[in-house]
Write a protein that binds this ligand. Structure first.
Ligand SMILES: [Zn+2]
Length: 482
């Protein structure tokens, strides 16, 4: 049977606040177990939650950036369930009135077209703690450092039709939440993870099939692999006349299989009700304006601008806008040049994507740790633009900058690398080269114009690479043809 795959995602993004959502405990990753806890986030009796304003602002920012409608009055609800990592006995989340609804995000497909994926809703909630299962003893230890960390859950419409589309959506969302500064996107630390709802239906059928939920997928690779596995598993069952059981499944990344976790609860099993300890959240006009103002130019708009007004190719624009850090690096360099047109944009793009990203990739360092800062590269490119050094010489200076951390101007001055543009000085050298090579001169004048490279090479060698190539070429042209 030919099936159509239907995928909806629930993406959990940890908000990048310094403190937890309902108390003042730190959210820093990797601390000693239970060292970042207090009576509120450990669910002691009689405590009251106090909402973190920044968490609300970040959630709202994510809503605006995905074209959602903000519910200017929204509220928290209790989702009741028992688990040892949840001492309160309920999760504080949003149900009937989430902070944002009815948005969308566009993904790029492999054929270059885009597809719009609906965002059903974005709601705020607190994270649970973590159970550490001791491999040596039959015990599990509870670490509540993560309990109370603010999350947003982004729920999409079931608009994706392949593992690849689901992967593209998560990548795009990852880029976006990092870009707008609400989540660090560190998937290894669990800052962004996702559940995938997968179902199959015979091609042409309108009604959805029974879905299963793949829980806690924490890398792009796992998301795509787990979905592919699930599609094959469900198709096998259906082809053999079986029925799909609605359930949660756990992906085992090592074995590359999924196993049943529990049969899936329906929403009414959680007995949601409005949290009586928390007032409705009201976003007034002034705060709303502040939230809208805090959103930088979004990645898609940035990419379009790089192509339309800076004349960059789609491939270049995509690389440069992949992270806001790289885009900012690029823009600082371009802003430092006198010209700001396509020629300068391409010069900067080549340097950023070439030398700078080479350092990132070969040294495995973060862009922020690259010893040549945007300001330093800007200084170097300004020297290239002003013809103080040649592009070739600039490569040498860049390497030196990466090693010593010195500014380009300092290196050029110390090593005497400034190129010679003084016509009379170069003219003397050109005359000498022509006098030393009469046979080549005759051959050139006889039509072997390819020898130009030979002459340029000789002159550049005599100037130790410092002759301004433009002046050298111009003088050689004049003298050889004259
Ligand atoms: Zn706390």
């Amino acid at each position: 049977m030919d099936y159509e795959v239907v995928i909806g995602l629930e993406i959990h993004a940890q908000l990048k606040t310094n403190t937890k959502i309902f108390c003042g405990c730190s959210t820093a990753f990797g601390a000693e177990p239970n060292s970042q806890t207090c009576p509120v986030c450990t669910g002691m009796p009689g405590v009251l939650p106090v909402l973190n304003r920044t968490a609300v602002a970040y959630a709202a920012r994510a809503g605006v950036a995905t074209d959602c409608t903000l519910n200017r009055t929204n509220r928290f609800a209790r989702k009741n369930y028992f688990y040892p990592d949840l001492p309160l006995g309920y999760q504080i989340t949003q149900m009937a009135l989430p902070i944002a609804e009815h948005g969308h995000l566009d993904i790029e497909l492999s054929d270059g077209s885009t597809k719009r994926i609906g965002i059903t809703r974005i709601h705020m909630e607190n994270d649970a703690g973590k159970l550490n299962h001791d491999p040596m003893r039959p015990v599990s230890l509870v670490n509540l450092n993560r309990a109370g960390i603010p999350l947003i859950e982004i729920v999409t419409e079931p608009d994706m039709r392949s593992a690849q589309e689901a992967g593209a959506l998560v990548r795009k969302m990852h880029q976006l939440v990092r870009h707008i500064g609400v989540c660090d996107g560190n998937m290894e630390e669990g800052s962004l993870r996702c559940d995938a709802n997968v179902s199959l239906r015979p091609k042409g059928q309108e009604a959805f099939g029974t879905r299963t939920e793949m829980k806690n997928l924490n890398s792009f690779r796992n998301i795509e692999r787990a979905i592919r596995y699930e599609v094959v598993r469900q198709a096998d069952i259906l082809d053999n006349g079986g029925t799909i059981i609605q359930e949660s499944r756990l992906w085992n990344a090592d074995k590359e299989i999924s196993t049943s976790m529990r049969t899936k609860e329906d929403a009414h099993d959680y007995r949601y009700f409005p949290d009586p300890d928390l007032l409705p959240v009201v976003i007034d006009d002034a705060w709303f304006d502040e939230i809208v103002q805090s959103i930088p130019e979004l990645p898609d708009a940035m990419k379009t601008r790089y192509m339309a007004s800076l004349g960059l190719s789609q491939a270049d624009a995509e690389v440069l806008t992949a992270t806001i850090e790289l885009a900012t690096y690029f823009e600082i360099c371009l802003a430092a040049l006198t010209g700001k047109g396509p020629k300068q944009a391409k010069l900067v793009a080549n340097w950023v994507m070439g030398s700078v990203l080479a350092l990132v990739h070969t040294e495995g360092m973060a862009l922020a740790d690259v010893p040549v800062t945007a300001e330093m590269l800007a200084g170097l490119l300004a020297l290239v633009e002003a013809d103080v050094i040649s592009g070739t010489m600039a490569k040498t200076v860049f390497e030196e900058m990466a090693k010593s951390g010195k500014a380009a101007q300092v290196i050029v001055a110390e090593k005497g690398l400034a190129q010679v543009s003084d016509t009379s000085e170069i003219e003397g050298i050109v005359d000498q080269i022509l006098a030393d090579n009469p046979n080549e001169v005759d051959a050139f004048r006889g039509g072997k114009t390819k020898l130009m490279g030979f002459f340029v090479g000789r002159v550049m060698k005599a100037t130790k690479g410092k002759g301004n190539p433009k002046v050298v070429n111009q003088l050689l042209n004049e003298k050889l043809k004259g």
